[in-house]
Ligand binder design. Sequence first.
Ligand SMILES: NC(=O)c1ccc[n+]([C@@H]2O[C@H](COP(=O)([O-])OP(=O)(O)OC[C@H]3O[C@@H](n4cnc5c(N)ncnc54)[C@H](OP(=O)(O)O)[C@@H]3O)[C@@H](O)[C@H]2O)c1
Length: 397
Amino acid sequence: MNGISQTLDPAIARSLLRELGESARAFRFEVAPNPCVGAAVLAGSKVVSRGFHRVWGGPHAEVDALRLAAESSVPQSEWDTMLVTLEPCSTTGKTPACVDAIKRSGIRRVIVGALDPDPRHRGRGLEILEEAGIEVLVDPVPSPLQDVAPHFLHWNDNERVRRPRPWTIAKWAQTLTGQLSPPEDIGGGRWISGPTSVAEVHKLRGRVDAIVTGVGTVLHDDPRLTVRPMGAPGLAVDPSNLSKGSPPPQGPARIVLDSWLRTSPTARLFEESQDGELAGPVVIVALPGADPIRRRALEAAGATVHTSRGMDRFTLDLRDLWSWLWSQGYQRVLLETGPTLLRNALDAGFVDQLRIYTGNVRGGEGESLAPWLTEAKLLERLHRESGQDAVLEAFLR
Ligand SMILES: NC(=O)c1ccc[n+]([C@@H]2O[C@H](COP(=O)([O-])OP(=O)(O)OC[C@H]3O[C@@H](n4cnc5c(N)ncnc54)[C@H](OP(=O)(O)O)[C@@H]3O)[C@@H](O)[C@H]2O)c1
């Protein structure tokens, strides 16, 4: 690496970049499809702060590091260098462009671990910083993106960019034998996971643009699909993440795939929201031949009905649907549904990320997803606990 000033040992810079990349990886399931990024503000060789991109839609690592630096005892006039594992962004997305925050900070040198892999943005962030008189150095060795954020490279491959669709997280609860419905005498025939996991799911719902389900789940469970605070502080949507539509202030949209409009206009989806509950708009997706009388009844109940092409006369085409979801601004969606739609979405390759809760329940009703899971090619797998439940998180290859 040429040109790092004498005040910062290149070996220290490299090791710090490597450490930032590794620490940023801890947030991989929270930020995807965004990359894991870490940043540090330095004064000479002293690290003033370390920042990370911690949650999708939330501040980027550079902004987080600058915020923490401002809370430190080191005056801003002494900050001279920022290390960041990925080229700072130059466009406004869910949050304002990071290059502007860096320019405002008075930092004079930025050391970057990797260029933006998206050819539409690659190098642009560095150009803007250089135009502002900031020294820019690239050291691609310490934090290769293929190690810390392989999902991000896949997300930016040509096929996905050519045919955009939302990043899709499939979440389900299963019994020890892989069934999604417990035996009738357990959990009211519905609940497999415990209260800690249910609270986690509400938090996850607050971090997506839309929740997608199938009409089978609506008919069987009559769910609300809202974000509820669950009585515990910090579990509802974090207002600091509400910048520019992420998630929509009224909560994620609730999308029901319902070819023939079997959803009842009296379903709980249409009930008024309770205190602290974020209830997004209800969109029902049907085939063009669906009954117009049912359509009007659902519209009168508050739904928007969208008609979409079928793969055949009976089944909605998921490819068209996922493209449509993207066109509506839904960039990160949560698939919370039964085994029928889940299997189709998994087989079609539209699921990018998994969150699976396994409850301490034997047996169950319906198809087991255990054989599918045994064969699945999982990346970056994480096993953890949530109350009494075992949780598996992973990306799908
Ligand atoms: N454990 C969990 O995490 C969890 C989560 C949700 C639900 N569940 C359970 O799952 C059960 C319901 O599951 P389910 O499999 O019957 O229903 P589902 O997967 O929720 O919905 C399936 C229905 O969606 C409609 N659909 C429209 N387009 C589709 C497409 N391209 N591919 C697949 N489906 C499409 C179809 O009905 P039309 O042909 O009428 O459109 C289909 O029958 C309930 O027992 C519920 O309690 C468990």
